[in-house]
Unconditional design. Structure first.
Length: 113
């Protein structure tokens, strides 16, 4: 793992909302800090309403984290394309985010309660 990436167990309860629905709620969030970028909150898959997500064919590769898989979020009125992502098999040192999803904050509401 590159030393500019750090992960922490994020305290409190985190919630993701989209289209008026709660997509995720957890007390087991992982906060990932990468260089000077804003932190990203990763939600355990078990705490995400996976029925509201549909896998996408989109894949990207990060030289530090590995290959990301994307998901669209299906709301009552639309599908938010590629609004969430996951590193199914992240690179060594980042295994803590395996089985977790992150969400684009410009497409959903992410709150710490």
């Amino acid at each position: 793992m590159e030393n500019h990436i750090r992960t922490y167990r994020s305290p409190g309860t985190w919630v993701v909302r989209a289209g008026g629905a709660v997509l995720a709620e957890t007390r087991a969030a992982i906060e990932l800090h990468e260089g000077t970028r804003p932190p990203v909150i990763y939600f355990p898959r078990a705490d995400v309403a996976m029925a509201m997500l549909e896998p996408s064919a989109t894949r990207t590769t990060c030289r530090h984290k590995g290959e990301a898989s994307y998901f669209g979020i299906v709301t009552k009125s639309t599908t938010l394309t590629d609004a969430a992502w996951s590193y199914e098999t992240p690179k060594a040192g980042l295994e803590v985010i395996a089985g977790h999803l992150a969400f684009y904050p410009d497409r959903v509401t992410i709150e710490q309660l």
